[in-house]
Design a binder for this molecule. Structure first.
Ligand code: LMR
Length: 340
């Protein structure tokens, strides 16, 4: 009898040890509660077309990440406002419903005034100047200004310089008087349009084509790549080559998501982003010039080039906007950017 009891006790212990070992093996071993086979999804919606600087850079980032981490990290890019508009994406990122955004720096007014410097008219003469400012300590500090609100900045991406389009040739600011201009969600851009006697209307990108077509608005400002890919040239007979402002993007992730990535994956994704950023920022000017060429040959819209007197008139009429926002932005910061 005792032998039988000993036998069953022994068998139970052997079974328990075997089951424990099996469970341990299935869990992938101990690594702080995570299995080494966890996979990660980065949902990345944006509003421009796939061929734009942002569209191409987002795609490049996806390819680099997925080549580096097949089966571990996937990046789902949703271009052309397919998933949501920019306003909704700001909310979705803060709530962790999506993991990454590249939203125009002009659209962060309700979160911070620190990005308003990028909207000051005629502050940056070209993308090289913007890049110099963004790479400076003052520019790099901006990556962290809204981390506590759910937006950890990782990079700045360029689109390009803005041009006005309208129903008539707008050679001098007086030509813009009384026109309804679509603008992005920015108080600086609102003041800019008011300074030239126009009537600013804040509106999401996805609504602009129809608003121009139906006459709900008369004019707008955007980069060549957006004017071409969003087909504004079909419904705007004139595009004025003013290069009066900049459109670029704040590329950000949700800080909790970022913190939840294993360290090696996080640094690998960051490296892929650096590579995509350098690649995209080096292409953006060319992509915009190609789009300009496509608008020129479309036969739908005339490109109006301005002489230096006409350009000075635009510059002068918008100059008061700098003073209007200098307290918020900081005189020193504006002067530092202007001196580049
Ligand atoms: C716009 O709304 O016109 C731009 O922000 C679009 C973009 O993302 O380039």
């Amino acid at each position: 009898m005792q032998n039988l009891i000993d036998f069953w006790n022994h068998a139970r212990i052997v079974t328990l040890v075997a089951m424990t070992l099996m469970l341990y093996a299935c869990s992938g071993g101990m690594d702080g509660g995570q299995t080494t086979q966890d996979s990660y999804l980065i949902k990345f919606p944006h509003v421009t077309a796939p061929g734009t600087p942002k569209g191409q850079t987002a795609q490049r980032f996806k390819e680099l990440v997925e080549a580096r981490y097949p089966d571990r990290v996937s990046v789902e890019v949703y271009p052309s406002s397919q998933l949501m508009n920019d306003d909704d994406s700001l909310e979705a990122l803060a709530f962790g419903e999506i993991q990454m955004i590249a939203v125009s720096l002009s659209k962060f007014d309700r979160l911070t005034q620190a990005f308003q410097i990028f909207d000051l008219p005629f502050l940056f003469s070209d993308l090289n100047k913007v890049e110099e400012f963004q790479a400076s300590p003052a520019g790099q500090d901006l990556l962290n200004v809204i981390t506590d609100k759910g937006f950890l900045g990782l990079a700045f991406w360029h689109n390009g310089m803005k041009q006005f389009s309208g129903p008539e040739p707008l050679r001098i600011p007086e030509d813009a008087r009384g026109l309804k201009f679509r603008i992005m969600e920015s108080d600086v851009l609102q003041a800019q349009v008011q300074a030239i006697g126009g009537n600013p209307q804040k509106m999401a990108l996805g609504e602009v084509y129809q608003a121009l077509q139906t006459g709900a608005i008369d004019a707008q400002e955007n980069t060549w790549s957006n004017i071409f890919s969003s087909k504004f040239f079909e419904v705007q007979p004139y595009v004025m080559e003013t290069n009066h402002g900049y459109i670029g993007y704040f590329v950000a992730v949700n800080p909790d998501f970022w913190g939840s990535l294993p360290e090696d994956i996080r640094s690998g994704v960051e490296e892929a982003l650096k590579e995509a950023t350098a690649w995209g920022n080096a292409q953006s000017e060319q992509i915009n010039q190609e789009a300009r060429q496509s608008v020129a040959t479309s036969g739908r819209s005339e490109i109006v080039t301005l002489n230096s007197e006409e350009l000075s008139a635009w510059r002068e009429s918008m100059a008061p906007v700098w003073q209007q926002f200098e307290e918020q932005i900081g005189v020193e910061r504006i002067e530092a950017a202007a001196a580049l």
